[in-house]
Design a protein around this ligand. Structure first.
Ligand code: PDD
Length: 277
C-alpha cells in the first residue's frame, strides 16, 4: 500500500488531501503576488496582474486566465471587507506525486488570502535598522517565484542582529535589494536604486517611488550601490507593497545622517501616499 505520513498519522496515498502533494511545497514550483488596499481601494492591481502574467509565462505555466484571477481577487477583497488589506495569491504548477518533470496535463492550483495589514506607523516615524547579507538567491529574481529560502535565511540573520530587513549583497559586492523590499539611497537630491535586471524583482512600489521622487524634485539614478556607499548616503529607505516607504536609520550598525528618518524620505512618504488616493 502506498502511504503518506503526516506528523504521526499514516494516510493511504489515495486518501491524501492533494494539498500535501502540491508542487509549490516540493519544489517551490509556482509564483505569487502581494497587493494591498488603502482605505478600501486596491492599489495597482493591474500592474501586479501584469507581473503575475509575466512570472507565469517565465516559468511556463499556461492555462491560467488573468481575467479570472482578477475576478477572484476582487471578489475575495469584497467578501473580506477589510479596508487596509494584504491580498496574497499564488499559482503552483499543480499537485501530484513528487517527480521533477510534471505531468503535462496537470491543473495549476490557485490559492489566495486576504488579511489585515500590520500597522507600520512606528517603523515609518522612527525608521528601521538593516543589516547586509550575501545574496544567495538564484539568477532569475525578476520572477516572483515561491522559492524564497535564501530570502528567509537572510531575514532570519537580520532579525538575529535586531534588524528589520536584510539588504542583499551580490558576489560583485553590490547591493541588489532587500530580502522582501526594494532598496533606495538619497544623496545630493538624487534617488539611487539598482537597475531592473534579472537579479532583482521589478518592484511595483519602486515605479511609484520614482514617480513620487520626480514630483518632489528628486532625480533618479538606476545604479547599484556598495554597502560603503549606502552607509555614506544622506538618507536610505526600503520600499514594498505592504509597507510602501520605510526609512532606514542604521545600516550595518552605522547611523545614517542624524539617525532619524531623512527629510526627503518623509516628503516621499507623503507624496507616495497622495498617489495611492
Ligand atoms: N515582497 N524585492 C523583493 C525580493 C520582494 O519580495 C518585494 C516584495 C519587493 C517589492 O516589490 P513590490 O513593490 O512589487 O511589492 C522587492 C512582497 C511584498 C512579499 O514577498 O511579501
Amino acid at each position: 500500500m502506498q502511504i503518506a505520513m503526516i506528523q504521526d498519522k499514516i494516510v493511504p496515498i489515495k486518501e491524501l488531501d492533494p494539498v500535501y502533494l502540491d508542487r509549490g511545497i516540493f519544489f517551490g514550483d509556482g509564483i505569487y503576488e502581494v497587493v494591498r488596499s488603502y482605505d478600501g481601494r486596491i492599489f495597482t492591481l493591474e500592474e501586479h496582474l501584469q507581473r503575475f502574467a509575466n512570472s507565469l509565462s517565465a516559468i511556463e505555466i499556461s492555462r491560467v486566465d488573468i481575467d479570472r484571477i482578477r475576478s477572484r481577487v476582487l471578489k475575495s477583497f469584497d467578501v473580506a471587507g477589510i479596508s487596509n488589506a494584504r491580498i496574497y495569491f499564488h499559482v503552483t504548477r499543480g499537485s501530484e506525486l513528487r517527480k521533477h518533470l510534471s505531468n503535462p496535463d496537470l491543473e495549476p492550483v490557485f490559492f489566495l488570502t486576504v488579511t489585515e495589514l500590520e500597522d507600520h506607523t512606528q517603523a515609518k516615524t522612527k525608521g528601521i535598522e538593516v543589516s547586509t547579507h550575501p545574496d544567495w538567491r538564484w539568477k532569475r529574481c525578476d520572477i516572483k517565484s515561491l522559492n524564497l529560502l535564501a530570502n528567509v535565511l537572510a531575514r532570519r540573520d537580520a532579525a538575529a542582529k535586531g534588524c528589520a530587513e536584510a539588504i542583499l549583497v551580490n558576489e560583485a559586492g553590490l547591493i541588489t535589494e532587500g530580502a522582501s523590499s526594494a532598496f533606495f539611497a538619497i544623496s545630493e537630491q538624487t534617488l539611487q536604486t539598482a537597475a531592473l535586471t534579472a537579479n532583482i524583482l521589478p518592484s511595483i512600489t519602486r515605479q511609484f517611488v520614482i514617480k513620487a521622487g520626480g514630483n518632489i524634485g528628486l532625480k533618479t539614478t538606476e545604479k547599484s550601490l556598495t554597502p560603503q556607499q549606502a552607509s555614506d548616503a544622506d538618507e536610505l529607505f526600503i520600499a514594498s507593497t505592504t509597507q510602501d516607504i520605510i526609512p532606514v536609520v542604521k545600516f550595518d550598525g552605522k547611523l545614517i545622517g542624524d539617525g532619524k528618518p531623512g527629510e526627503y524620505t518623509k516628503l516621499l512618504i507623503r507624496q507616495f501616499l497622495s498617489l495611492t488616493a
